[in-house]
Write a protein that binds this ligand. Structure first.
Ligand code: CTP
Ligand code: MG
Length: 549
């Protein structure tokens, strides 16, 4: 069946994307999975030996590599396009970067003046343009964006089963190896700027760039880690002396964070090559500096003092690595939510991808037998080294995958997708809170329409922003999607008529449209679907009981 599909399918199933999946969490074919801290350390170190080069549109790859090799051997390189041609080049040694910087000049601009910041982001110029006859091997660019909806529909309709559809969607949307490298490199370049104020600081990516749930095109969340500097300094005090820095004091941790981010924001705006549209959003609950990194095309959110968020990224990474169904289901739910405008890139009363991910994890903890363990259980498996206390919050959980027993649950993705919609289509959101620490519903401690407990800062609701009407939209769409999948089950034996089916049918905007057309009847139609669903289910249970009997 695959062979009869458009050529894109073969490309999509090629080795490149498959290897990118394994880069995140270790190989999917049973090879050991890497710990989160190992991945972070390895990639960070790689990024520090890497440079970003804006290239002329026509260059000879061979000569380009030969030219750069003068500074040392090159481990790895790739090209990508984003308003011009860019190369990411990873040297084997950090010294090569310094050697390249040494022979690089600051441009002399006609009427304007340059801020002479010597970064690892370069501009390559040709002294004489390449002539047409010289070797101009066409440069292969690595794609950095997600597939168009047309291509996605083609792929989904060609899939063999709903399970295959979910896995295809995951393969198409997950971050590629190159995109992940570019994310770590961007953090590393920002770290160089921040190091002007705080030498030895660390800028770490967190959120979907590293938690294995990131989709091509997602934002780049990073945080400026100054605690790491402190760790270097914890030498054993000798004798009776203890040395402290003379510092300026401010009334609170929050104010300190705001002041630090404020100067880094200024620095990025004035000196940061490729950083544009810098906005300081310092009054938010978690103060941040937002900017675009033009060369990589990433929308960046820089925070400081945000170790708990890094810990929650690690937790999601573990959940994503525990069972191969988790990421497939999360990606499909995220895409479904995006297709129906339940999520948005603009902040507001919408449900967020982070909340959706936690909802999927919770749902998988509720299966029988559970597909994912509770956070409290992961805490019981922790050893002394896993102990982690951040700002008074206990963030301890086991970090070694080998100590977590795989689930005995063998449910298909198709069933899980359907049951997810049914579960949340009928969830008592008015009474209950979603809690992945305990893996069961809790009474809502406050009246927000949607309450999802923050796994570490347990007094916080990660979906406090969600309005009643957005929650209702989610419930209505979940019910309709469950209904569509049930209908398909019933019609399974009828001849296919080239209509989008399975996941593809759920991503069609027409579902949402028909609902907004029937706006006035909305509540009743949603209730009707719920009742219809129940009647289908009870009749199919009766049938199966009858057959079994
Ligand atoms: N976060 C949190 N509480 C929130 C929102 C966010 O703890 N209410 C943390 C989570 O660790 C989250 C990270 O901040 O992963 C980044 O937030 P965000 O960018 O909103 O979510 P992502 O998971 O990165 O998803 P997306 O792909 O939509 O960016
Ligand atoms: Mg994000």
């Amino acid at each position: 069946r695959l062979l009869s599909c458009p050529g894109t399918v073969a490309a999509a199933l090629g080795t490149e994307e498959q290897s990118s999946g394994s880069a995140e969490t270790g190989s999917e074919d049973g090879a050991p999975k890497k710990r989160f801290s190992e991945v972070q350390k390895e990639r960070r170190e790689q990024a520090q030996r890497t440079v970003l080069i804006h290239c002329p549109n026509k260059i000879s790859e061979k000569k380009f590599l030969k030219y750069l090799s003068q500074h040392g051997s090159i481990n790895n390189h790739f090209f990508y396009e984003s308003f011009g041609l860019y190369a990411v080049v990873e040297f084997s040694q950090k010294e090569s970067v310094a050697s390249l910087q040494k022979v690089t000049r600051t441009p002399s601009l006609g009427t304007e003046a340059a801020i002479p910041f010597r970064s690892r982001y370069f501009n390559l110029k040709l002294k004489t343009p390449l002539n047409q006859t010289s070797e101009q091997s066409s440069i292969q660019c690595r794609n950095q964006s997600s597939p168009s909806s047309k291509k996605l529909f083609e792929l989904l309709c060609c899939a063999e089963s709903v399970d295959d559809q979910l896995n295809t969607l995951l393969r198409e949307f997950q971050l590629t190896e190159e995109n992940t490298k570019l994310r770590y490199l961007t953090c590393s370049l920002i770290e160089d700027v921040a190091a002007a104020y705080f030498p030895d600081c660390t800028v770490r990516p967190f959120g979907s760039s590293v938690n294995s749930f990131g989709k091509l095109g997602c934002d780049l969340d990073m945080f400026l880690d100054l605690d790491e500097i402190e760790k270097f300094g914890t030498h054993k005090a000798s004798g009776n002396f203890l040395m402290e820095f003379q510092v300026k004091n401010v009334p609170s941790e929050r104010i300190a964070t705001q002041k630090i981010l404020s100067v880094i924001g200024e620095c990025l705006e004035h000196f940061g090559p490729g950083c544009v549209g810098v906005q300081k959003i310092l009054n938010a609950r978690c103060p941040l500096v937002r900017f675009s990194h033009q060369a990589s095309g990433f929308q960046c959110d820089l925070t400081a003092n945000n170790r708990i968020a890094l810990k929650s990224s690690e937790l999601l990474y573990i959940y994503g690595a525990l069972d191969s169904r988790v990421r497939a289901l999360v990606f499909s739910i995220r895409c479904w939510a995006r297709a129906h405008s339940l999520t948005s890139s603009i902040p507001g009363a919408w449900i967020t991808n982070f909340s959706l991910t936690v909802m999927v994890i919770f749902f998988l903890q509720r299966r029988s037998p559970p597909i994912l363990p509770t956070l409290d259980y992961l805490k019981t498996l922790a050893d002394a080294e896993d102990k982690c206390l951040i700002e008074g919050h206990n963030c301890t959980f086991v970090r070694d995958f080998n100590r977590i027993k795989p689930s005995g649950n063998a449910e298909t993705l198709e069933l899980l997708l359907k049951e997810f919609f049914e579960y949340f289509g009928n969830f008592a959101f008015n009474k209950n809170s979603i809690n992945i620490r305990q893996g069961r519903e809790q009474n809502k401690p406050e009246s927000s329409p949607l309450h999802i407990q923050n796994p570490f800062e347990t007094s916080l609701n990660i979906s406090k922003n969600v309005s009643q009407s957005q929650l209702q939209k989610f419930i209505d769409l979940a019910r309709e999607s469950a209904w569509i999948l049930h209908q398909e089950d019933k019609d399974r034996l009828s001849p296919s008529n080239n209509q989008p089916w399975g996941l593809a049918a759920l991503l069609l905007p027409s579902v949402a449209n028909s609902m907004s057309l029937a706006k006035k009847k909305k509540k009743t139609s949603s209730e009707r679907i719920k009742n219809l669903l129940e009647s289908i289910k009870s009749s199919s249970t009766e049938n199966s009981t009858a057959t079994n009997g």
